[in-house]
Each structure stands twice: as structure tokens, then as C-alpha cells.
Design a protein around this ligand. Structure first.
Ligand code: PHB
Length: 386
């Protein structure tokens, strides 16, 4: 067979070229937490990422190198350096924590390796510290929470107490909410930040919050902390008097089952909800359930879309760090979460924000969409990419 194909010298040469092209896979570093408070989030992003590569029939075109960031800034920086300098990846995907994203920003920008952010909402990464090499397909902390401030004020809520973990994401999410809520006439009657990843007992914070007599409490918690917080909010007896609101990670489908009935009635805002009634989302949910035997969460969609923008860029001809960075920003489609485009001014995703309530569905819990804010785009926030 080989002899036959290579009968002419020209044919031999083109076979060799084809073999080279097939071997020229895109090497991707997946930098995600696989331990700590955000471990489940990292795995879910990874699952969504792999699913999109398989769906595109391109799993063999990518070599994946996985590193555990532990959601700790110094570990994240060390692992990013290893992926770029030792493994020589063409692109990196991942980062869950805003603190890790802030810490790796200068290294990514300086080494000119495209980073597709698949979670971390750090506003500065697509604002004052934006980079041509950082493209975000997840959300920004401001983008998710700004719409909720206005929406809650419109519902007639006047006084709110806020709580969040004491690190970049907690502060930025509460700042964005506070800005739009107070601009719409609302009042923040108190605010507290809890030690990140270390707070097991929210009781003392809930006592202080209750004493401020707010109409509602608004929080950001995610992962293991979200489960503890939502359960304690209920068991502490405060839920029946003061309704709980937050950014939608609080009651993510990834762990709402662990929260149980305590999550019923909590109202939040997010860029993806698995109950979205669109053909694109229904197909995605069915495929994800068939593969993983559970409904997808926002983290799964972020991983899925990170792979999808990368696949589209590569299909359009991107084959090295520079052309991948360029290509990522040109991708746009309607996917599971609705329309998705990358803002050329900031490299942040432009997308709908949904307000949803966690409701009972027989013995299970589901998400009822009660509001949609279409195509939310962040202000440039000091970024001038275009
Ligand atoms: C963040 O640190 O930016 C962060 C972490 C977990 C989330 C959302 C944002 O669910």
C-alpha cells in the first residue's frame, strides 16, 4: 500500500506533509482548581470543555495538559509558568478565582499566550488591566450583579444588607450590585466580608445582618461556601423573615441538590440557567445529561464555550499563539446561554443575564426564570483594546 501510494516522488512528499499536519495539534493548558472550595467547579468546566471538543469531532486535534491551581494565587502563577515555559502550550484555558486571574495577568500578557477565561470574573482583567491575550467567555463580576441591583430596586426592595467572601470576587460583585441598587434609590444598611474559604459558621454574621433589619440580604458565595451559607441561612431561622438574594452561583445547579429545600425561594442573577427554553439549550442539556447523567451548570457551559471559541478559531486557520489570540475575539454564535459575542473593546463576553428563582419540582429543585436583561455589555472600565 505504502509502495503504491509513494510510487511517484511527489505523492511521497505530500503524504509526509499530511502526516505533519495531522501531528500539528493545538496544545492547551487547562488551569483549574481540582482541590479546595472550588474543586467541583474546576471539574465541571473541564467536563464541558471536553464535551465541546468531542461534539466538534476535534478531540484528537488538541493535546490537553492539566494543572491544579488550587484556587491559590501563588500556585496559579507557578502552574501558568510551567504550562507556558515547560509544556510550551499554544493557549491556556481556565482560572476559577478572580484572585488567581489577577495574579497571572502580567505573566500572560508578557508571555503573549492566549488565555481563555472560563470562570474568574475579575473586572480588571477586561477593564483597566485588560490584555490582547486575555479573552473571557464566562462573565465579569460587574456584568452578573449590576442588573440585579436595578431589578431588586424595581421590585420595591429598599434596604439591603450584603455579605460575601473577603477576596477580589466578593468585593467586586458586591460593589457592582451596590452601585446599581443605590443609583436606583436603594440603601445598603450594612455590609460584611467573611474570611474566604475559612468560614464554617456564618451564624455571627447572620446575627449582625438580621439586627440591621433589612428588607433583603444579597450575597455572593460559590462552591462549598454556597452550600454552607444557604443551609445555615435556613437553619438559623432567618429565611422566613428576610428573603435571600444573590448572584446565581449561590444556587448553582452544580450543588443546589446539596443545599436541598433551603434553596427554595432564593432569587439570583446569572448568565446561564439550564431551564432556558431555546433549541440550542435544549440540545445542549440533553447531550450533557446523556454524557454525565446530571443537568449542566453555568460552569459546564463556560467550559463548553471556551472549547467552542477555540475550535472555531482553529477551524478558521489559527495555528499559533498570536493567531489564536486574534481569532478568539472574532467568534460569535447563539449557544446554550443565548447569543454570545466577544466585545472587541475589552475582550469580555457580551451576553444575556437571567434572573431566576430556585423552586421545588416534585422532590427535586429547578430554576424558574423570572427576568431577562438582554445582551449586557460591560463599560470599557479603562480598557482600550480597540
Ligand atoms: C471568582 O473568583 O471570580 C469566582 C469564583 C467562583 C464563582 C464565580 C466567580 O462561582
Amino acid at each position: 500500500m505504502k509502495k503504491y501510494v509513494c510510487a511517484a516522488l511527489g505523492a511521497c512528499a505530500s503524504i509526509a506533509l499530511m502526516a505533519h499536519a495531522a501531528a500539528a495539534e493545538t496544545k492547551v493548558g487547562l488551569l483549574l482548581p481540582k482541590s479546595g472550595n472550588y474543586a467541583a467547579l474546576g471539574q465541571e468546566i473541564d467536563d464541558g470543555f471536553v464535551m465541546a471538543l468531542e461534539e466538534a469531532g476535534m478531540a484528537d486535534d488538541f493535546t490537553l495538559v492539566r494543572e491544579d491551581s488550587e484556587a491559590k494565587p501563588p500556585v496559579g502563577v507557578a502552574k501558568a509558568r510551567k504550562l507556558v515555559l515547560q509544556d510550551e502550550v499554544d493557549a491556556m484555558v481556565g482560572i476559577v478565582s478572580s484572585a488567581v486571574l489577577g495574579a497571572v495577568r502580567d505573566f500572560v500578557d508578557g508571555s503573549k499566550v492566549p488565555l481563555i477565561v472560563a470562570n474568574a470574573g475579575n473586572d480588571a482583567a477586561t477593564g483597566a488591566s485588560c490584555s490582547k491575550y486575555i479573552v473571557r467567555v464566562s462573565f465579569s463580576n460587574g456584568q452578573v450583579n449590576r442588573p440585579m441591583g436595578s431589578w431588586m430596586a424595581e421590585q420595591g426592595i429598599k434596604k439591603v444588607y450584603t455579605l460575601a467572601p473577603d477576596y477580589a470576587a466578593g468585593h467586586q460583585m458586591i460593589d457592582a450590585f451596590t452601585e446599581s441598587f443605590t443609583a436606583a434609590g436603594g440603601e445598603i444598611v450594612g455590609s460584611e466580608y467573611t474570611p474566604f474559604g475559612k468560614t464554617q459558621d456564618f451564624g455571627p454574621y447572620l446575627t449582625t445582618a438580621k439586627a440591621a433589619s433589612p428588607d433583603a440580604i444579597f450575597v455572593f458565595y460559590a462552591g462549598g461556601e454556597a452550600i454552607s451559607f444557604v443551609k445555615q441561612y435556613d437553619s438559623f431561622g432567618i429565611k422566613k423573615d428576610i428573603p435571600l438574594y444573590g448572584s446565581g452561583f449561590l444556587t448553582s445547579p452544580l450543588y443546589v441538590k446539596a443545599e436541598g429545600p433551603a434553596a427554595i425561594g432564593v432569587k439570583t442573577s446569572l448568565h446561564y440557567v439550564p431551564t432556558l427554553d431555546t433549541p440550542e439549550n435544549k440540545a445542549f442539556v440533553a447531550a450533557f445529561k446523556a454524557k454525565f447523567d446530571r443537568p449542566p451548570s453555568e460552569y459546564a457551559v463556560q467550559g463548553y464555550d471556551a472549547a467552542r471559541v477555540l475550535v472555531e478559531a482553529v477551524k478558521a486557520g489559527a495555528n499559533d499563539r498570536e493567531s489564536i489570540a486574534e481569532g478568539l475575539t472574532k467568534v460569535s454564535y447563539t449557544g446554550p446561554r443565548g447569543p454570545l459575542t466577544i466585545d472587541p473593546a475589552t475582550n469580555n463576553v457580551v451576553q444575556n443575564i437571567y434572573i431566576y428563582e430556585t423552586v421545588a419540582d416534585g422532590d427535586a429543585l429547578t430554576q424558574k426564570i423570572i427576568g431577562t436583561v438582554p445582551e449586557v455589555r460591560d463599560p470599557a472600565n479603562g480598557c482600550s483594546l480597540k
